[in-house]
Every structure is written in C-alpha cells, then in structure tokens.
Design a binder for this molecule. Structure first.
Ligand SMILES: [Zn+2]
Length: 67
C-alpha cells in the first residue's frame, strides 16, 4: 500500500535551478507589492539563484465591498 500524497494543495517547493541544473528545494521571498498582488521570487536553497517568480493575488478583505 502506497500512501497518497496530496500535491495539489501544496505550494511549489521544488523548482529547476538554472545553476544546479536539477530541481532544488526553494525558498519563497517577498519581492514587491504590486496593485495586482504580491510578487514573490523563489530562491534555490543550495546556491541562492533565482529559480522563478510568481505574483500572488492578495486575499480579499472581508467586509470591504467595492461598488
Ligand atoms: Zn541552485
């Protein structure tokens, strides 16, 4: 019996590092706050290279409705 892992709900934790040339565990770092969301970059935990970036939409504030 092989236990199933749920990857869908997890954030990206392994990315292909251009320097190491293999998938490495990455650290997420907040880079910029943009109107459309916060921009994060992913840094290789082995060599510190940037492996990618991502813009995350901010969570909607409860109770504030734009009309
Ligand atoms: Zn690396």
């Amino acid at each position: 019996m092989v236990p199933r892992r749920q990857f869908d709900s997890l954030e990206v934790s392994l990315l292909l590092c251009p320097r190491c040339r293999v998938a490495q565990p990455v650290r997420k770092r907040l880079l910029l706050c943009l109107p459309e969301g916060d921009k994060y970059e992913y840094l290789c935990t082995q060599c510190g290279s940037t492996c990618g970036d991502k813009i995350e939409e901010p969570p909607r504030a409860a109770g504030s409705v734009l009309r």
